[in-house]
Design a protein around this ligand. Structure first.
Ligand code: AMP
Ligand code: GLY
Length: 430
């Protein structure tokens, strides 16, 4: 039996999805992306170059090529309602409908849902739709605040008063957002990501991952889409106890239950971003899709057939017994253009020879006549896999260093020194 699966999106995350699907029994890949990703294209039987949010065009392609399923990588097409449209035409999707994707696309919805249903891990927050009200609140607030635009921002919209901004900076930022913000207590701790497969009712967790949002070594500089991430062979993290992991997973299970009871069942990948605090895991946000880079870590470990997981999600028969990840560590390092994220150097040629055994995932890179050029966003990523974090890091770092050109990466991701810092931080706050 063959099945045609359409992968929507053209980044490193989607390359990892496409690779895992391409290893699956009987899967024929179709893909749609705004710019040709050479990795995904080489795995696809056919590629449509189109904005992923151009629903009519994606729909036409999917129908004319008789796609059996679609896997939605990024959040923008989810917010544009791609799943509702594809499913209406009989193409089931791995990705939530508009009403279920609100978990990610509307930060106010997410917090209100958690509070209304008494789901644990919700920080103190207030929602505002007026600049003067939000500014009044900021002026009177004692302590640090996270300022979140209500809608999607590509992971770059949150500012922390007390870290990135002083009080006047916070006021100016809220004004620039027209006052449509969630303001919430600043959580202190260590962040981790828990992703899960969800079929509307059943939820199966993946290994924990820690992402690195800041552009530079030592978590300095501006926030980015994510510079790289690591995971450990035991599928947990050394600053997360078994109770923490269970609590985080319990929160996600509660969310899935609430969505089901509300008549808007959640189907797809649920991504929980947690802050492990002195009191245990608190929810920073949910995403309605795999993380990028986190997808590359976990999918490089997936031993089960992603094609079968897709069909099980659609039929509502997802079971943890069918999903296995290798008990190995991973380190993912993104190469980004010099100047990224504020002023990326684009059109710069790259050369590399990947002989370290790391997985190579292409992202925002252009291939012309066999030469690769940087674009505005993250260029390509290497994922090292090893029995220990050290081995995985060495493999990813060696591969990243082999790339010549005006690009850079964070050499500290997955290193012992950084891990020790995280562990010490957690000890200090607990
Ligand atoms: P987000 O766009 O929601 O992923 O947020 C980006 C980053 O902002 C997160 O990875 C956190 O580092 C930080 N952040 C968001 N909310 C909070 C919060 N309530 N307290 C502290 N940091 C936060
Ligand atoms: N790595 C964070 C995200 O995908 O939103």
């Amino acid at each position: 039996m063959t099945m045609k699966v359409l992968v929507v999106g053209g980044g490193g995350r989607e390359h990892a999805i496409a690779r895992a699907l391409s290893l699956s029994e009987g899967v024929i890949l179709l893909s749609v992306m705004a710019k040709r990703n050479p990795g995904i294209a080489s795995l696809s039987s056919e590629v449509l170059i189109e904005r992923e949010t151009n629903i009519p065009s994606v729909l036409k392609f999917a129908l004319s090529r008789e796609a059996d399923y679609a896997v939605i990588g990024p959040e923008a097409p989810l917010e544009a309602g791609i799943v509702d449209h594809l499913q209406e035409k009989g193409i089931p999707c791995i990705g939530p409908t508009l009403s279920a994707a609100l978990l990610e696309t509307d930060k106010a919805f997410c917090r209100e849902m958690m509070q209304r249903h008494g789901i644990s891990g919700c920080p103190h927050y207030r929602t505002f739709y007026s600049a003067s009200d939000a500014i009044g609140f900021i002026r009177d607030y004692e302590g640090d605040l996270a300022i979140k635009p209500i809608g999607l921002t590509g992971g770059k919209g949150v500012r922390i008063m007390g870290e990135h901004l002083d009080r006047e900076g916070a006021v100016a930022y809220v004004r620039s957002l027209g006052g449509n913000v969630v303001l919430e207590e600043r959580l202190i701790g260590e962040e981790f990501t828990l992703q899960a497969f969800v079929d509307g009712k059943h939820i199966v967790p993946m290994p924990l991952v820690q992402d690195h949002k800041r552009a530079f070594e030592g978590d300095q500089g501006p926030n980015t889409g994510g510079m790289g991430a690591y995971s450990m062979a035991n599928h947990s993290l050394p600053f997360v106890t078994e109770a923490d992991r269970r609590n985080a997973f319990g929160i996600m299970r509660d969310v899935v239950k609430v969505m089901e009871d509300a008549g808007t069942p959640y189907r797809g990948i649920l991504y929980g971003q947690f802050m492990n605090t002195a009191k245990g895991p608190m929810v920073i946000e949910f995403n309605a899709r795999f993380g990028d880079p986190e997808a590359m870590n976990v999918l490089s470990l997936l031993e089960s057939d992603l094609g079968s997981i897709v069909t099980n999600i659609v039929s509502g028969s997802l079971s943890e017994h069918d999903i296995r990840f290798a008990r190995k560590a991973t380190v993912c390092k993104y190469l980004v253009p010099e100047g990224y994220p504020d002023a990326p150097l684009t059109g710069e040629p790259l050369t590399f020879s990947n002989d370290s055994g790391a997985f190579l995932y292409y992202a925002n890179v252009e291939e012309r006549d066999g030469i690769f050029y940087t674009q505005t966003s993250r260029t390509l990523a290497f994922v090292g896999v090893g029995d220990t974090l050290g081995e995985a890091e060495e493999s990813a770092e060696k591969a990243a260093r082999s790339v010549k050109g005006r690009i850079r990466h964070r050499s500290d991701i997955g290193t012992r020194a950084l891990l020790e810092k995280r562990i010490a931080h957690m000890k200090e706050i607990r």
